[in-house]
Design a protein around this ligand. Structure first.
Ligand code: KG4
Ligand code: ZN
Length: 329
């Protein structure tokens, strides 16, 4: 059994965790920076990077203390090396390198997207490769066939905005603040999803790609018109995203014979998204898996798990490993 200390700092959540290769999360801590970014209606990269510098060392101490673990017990240090806001990624990766150097334990540089992609396996020992993954976060919206560690076949991506980005922009237009996803979901519960006609970009198109820019522009027009209640706009917007997810994922299920459908990334925390994709999987005779909400949004447990999977295969990284703003799977 290997014990992994993990760090995550690619966006606006500072996180540390201690995860074992037999799926135990011994301790984990996430500190969001919502208050720091809220006045700006989105994440300010420079503020995020500085906050990670201030927050991460305390989190490492905290998880070690919570799990009653000393650094000599650790087998490897996993740190997100990208993609993300480069300042923040550098802070977490450099912290991981420093810990690796000081302890003599190997470094595992983890792709944040691989963290999301493998996260369902942390809580589901029966989820085997291959699986079809809808990865929907603040920065990405992709359909991937996950065939193994480091083996990802990308079937589709977004041609403009990510789904989470669309949630955040719609929330900003409705004056709901940041982050938008949970706020839209809460307001949508009070509204009528059929009240506001909104477009479903690329619905029915052959390639299973996504597009959300036109939906965002439509929300902007609807809000400006003042003709609809905010709760109806939120519900109709959420339904439009769900309809796009279902249609595009259905298309991918037609070209992939992976036995399971999995949803991960921050937007997978959304209950309407989870319910609709579970029904889609059932319709196609596929198994369905989605991590619990706390494992969908950014955290270090998923980085620790991806680190554990890589470490088990002997995939460690040197101290020269670069931080990467862009790093496709
Ligand atoms: O995976 P994540 O925490 O960070 C990135 O890697 O981007 O995803 C964050 C995104 C944000 O855009 C946020 O608004 C969205 O996930 N999100 C949600 C919900 N919770 C978080 N979107 C819809 N419904 C939610 N409940
Ligand atoms: Zn993420």
């Amino acid at each position: 059994m290997a014990l992994i200390l993990a760090l995550e700092s690619s966006c606006d959540d500072s996180a540390a965790a201690l995860v074992t290769s037999d799926r135990q999360i011994l301790a984990q801590a996430v500190v969001g920076q919502n208050e720091a970014h809220r006045p700006f209606g989105g994440v300010v990269p420079e503020i995020a990077a500085r906050a990670h510098v201030e927050i991460l060392p305390g989190l490492v101490r905290q998880v070690l203390a919570d799990a009653d673990v000393v650094v000599s017990d650790i087998d490897a240090i996993a740190a997100t090396a990208g993609p993300g806001l480069i300042g923040g990624v550098m802070v977490g990766l450099m912290a991981g390198k420093g810990l690796s150097l000081a302890t003599g334990k190997p470094l595992v540089a983890v792709n944040h997207l691989e963290g999301h992609a493998l996260s369902p396996r942390l809580v589901d020992a029966d989820l085997d490769f291959p699986y079809l993954l809808l990865l929907a976060s603040g920065g990405h919206c992709q359909l991937l066939e996950v065939r193994g560690i480091g083996e990802y076949r990308r079937l589709a991506t977004t041609i403009d905005d990510a789904a989470g980005e669309a949630f955040d922009k719609a929330a900003k237009l409705l004056g709901l603040g940041y982050p938008g996803g949970p706020a839209i979901e809460a307001l949508a519960a009070e509204g009528d999803a059929k009240a506001v006609p909104l477009p479903r970009p690329l619905l029915g198109s052959k390639e299973p790609h996504f597009s959300f820019a036109g939906l965002k522009a439509a929300v902007q027009r609807v809000v400006a018109s003042g003709d609809h209640r905010p709760e109806d706009i939120a519900a109709s917007f959420q339904q439009a995203v769900v309809d796009c997810f279902v249609d595009r994922t259905r298309r991918a299920l037609e070209v992939s014979d992976a036995p399971s459908l999995v949803v991960a990334g921050g937007v997978a925390a959304n209950r309407s998204v989870r319910t609709a994709l579970e029904a889609l999987a059932a319709e196609h005779g596929r198994a369905f898996a989605v991590p619990p909400g706390w494992l969908c949004t950014d955290n270090a447990a998923m980085i620790g798990w991806a680190g554990a999977e890589r470490f088990a295969l002997g995939l460690t990284d040197g101290l020269e490993t670069p931080a990467r703003a862009r790093w496709p799977l």
